[in-house]
Write a protein that binds this ligand. Structure first.
Ligand SMILES: [Zn+2]
Length: 440
């Protein structure tokens, strides 16, 4: 054990750059490079400071890493259980020709680390590794058992990563009662005040294929059973539908905080206007105060003078926790009777109550580094590995802290071109996460 101060943010920038340089593009099939190289790198970094880990490979090259860290034998029967801290190692692919920099070079330019994964989510993987290594070196090991988990395949649903860990290696995870992972803890600026958004809920997902069937025939003749016409009508109804505003507990709390800044009480009626206060982030936040369905794919026919028997469309539906019944009832009305609906993917939404010691610890650690800020929960429009880990009964939050410039359109960087993260935001995040681990 040493008294030498070890900076929790000391390695975060270099580790983030190194992780970006290991291409872990996930194409949703077996064409990508896989996560094995990144997983081995993570295992080596942990091993260097004396933390042993296990690599789990669901299929060749699709590798996740799990390490058990901390925990004191004296925790006794009041033990709150373990804390799972998880990040994914894969990234979505990048078309290099669209970028200002090589997406896999980990370049630093204008105070940012650039590259695929810079915000989703090699930034947090790097923070975690920098903090854990510094604390381990300094002998500052948390008394609460911490499970560190770096997963494969999150970007394609986690079927080769978190889902496999939960199904086949639950013994590594089932002592955990709480989990923190991605897409939360970053700041947005409203009326000059930074609000840190802790993810406390995720929407459910209903990816559906709609099939209309009709009578085939010559394009020159009368045909009142045209599959293209009936499918197109249904798709137009779905796409144009204005879904009513529905506020779940997380969004009610967030909008109340924004309402205070705007000096008005948050209601369903002004929710849309309050969401617009977030600037670029309103694209995402506007989608989590209501159910949504976007038509995304259309397919029918093969020749201009032939009416086909069948036409298909895909739609991407996302529904709020607690509003699933309303979602499916409305959708059934919009689709109509004659169109067949099949699920391509159907995932449940979730919401964790925004209370308790872990929420206090997240809030305190953020405010210690950014005292004038506001910390509030939000509901995320997409899904993360949390949906798998929650099956083991964990309370889940998104907490990957970043203090961001007011004018940065952060949510556009997820899966976007020129993905990048401010160097000082990475260092801020590592310091916050270090404080958080003091407190959990
Ligand atoms: Zn992610």
């Amino acid at each position: 054990m040493t008294d030498t101060p070890v900076d929790p943010a000391g390695e975060v920038v270099e580790l983030c750059r190194e992780l970006i340089r290991i291409d872990t593009s996930n194409y949703g099939d077996e064409d990508g490079p896989g996560e094995r190289k990144a997983a081995e790198y993570v295992a080596t970094l942990l091993d260097e400071v004396g933390i042993s880990s296990t690599l789990y490979e669901s299929s060749p090259g699709r590798t996740s890493v799990v390490a058990q860290w901390g925990g004191s034998p004296s925790s006794g029967s009041n033990d709150v259980g373990g804390l799972l801290v998880h990040g994914h190692l894969d990234v979505v692919p990048a078309a290099a020709e669209d970028w200002q920099v090589d997406p896999f070079a980990g370049e630093i330019r204008d105070g940012y680390v650039w590259g695929r994964g810079a915000v989703d989510m090699k930034d947090f993987d790097a923070m975690l590794l920098s903090v854990v290594r510094a604390r381990q070196r300094a002998g500052r090991v948390p008394t609460r058992p911490i499970t560190l988990c770096f997963t494969a395949d999150e970007e394609a649903g986690g079927h080769q990563g978190a889902e496999v860990l939960v199904a086949q290696h639950a013994e590594e995870l089932e002592h955990c009662t709480e989990a923190v992972g991605e897409v939360g803890g970053f700041s947005a600026t409203v009326r000059g005040r930074r609000i840190y958004l802790i993810e406390a809920a995720e929407k459910g997902m209903a990816w559906m294929r709609l099939t209309a069937r009709g009578r085939a025939g010559h394009g020159s003749m009368i045909n009142r059973e045209n599959a293209v016409t009936s499918l197109a009508s249904a798709v137009a109804r779905i796409g144009a539908h204005e879904w009513p505003v529905r506020l779940t507990p997380a969004m009610r709390t967030l909008l109340a905080a924004v309402g205070e800044l705007a000096d008005e009480e948050a209601t369903p009626e002004n929710a849309e206007a309050l969401v617009q206060e977030f600037g670029g982030a309103a694209r995402m936040l506007g989608a989590v105060i209501r159910n949504t369905v976007n038509p995304t794919m259309l397919r029918a026919g093969y020749k201009v003078n032939v009416i086909p028997t069948e036409a298909t469309a895909h739609v991407d539906g996302r529904f709020l926790p607690g509003y699933e019944d309303e979602f499916f009832a409305t959708l059934a009305d919009l689709v109509g009777d004659d169109i067949e609906v099949e699920y391509v993917s159907h995932q449940q939404p979730w919401e964790t109550p925004y209370d308790g010691d872990l929420v206090d610890a997240m809030t305190r650690s953020l405010l210690a580094e950014d005292p004038d800020a506001i910390v509030a929960p939000y509901l995320m429009s997409g899904g993360t590995d949390a949906k798998h880990f929650r099956k083991l009964g964990m309370r889940s939050y998104g907490f990957a802290p970043l203090r961001l410039p007011a004018d940065l359109d952060f949510t556009a960087l997820f899966h976007g071109v020129d993905e990048r993260v401010p160097v000082d935001a990475l260092e801020f995040g590592a310091r916050v996460f270090d404080r958080f681990l003091d407190d959990v």
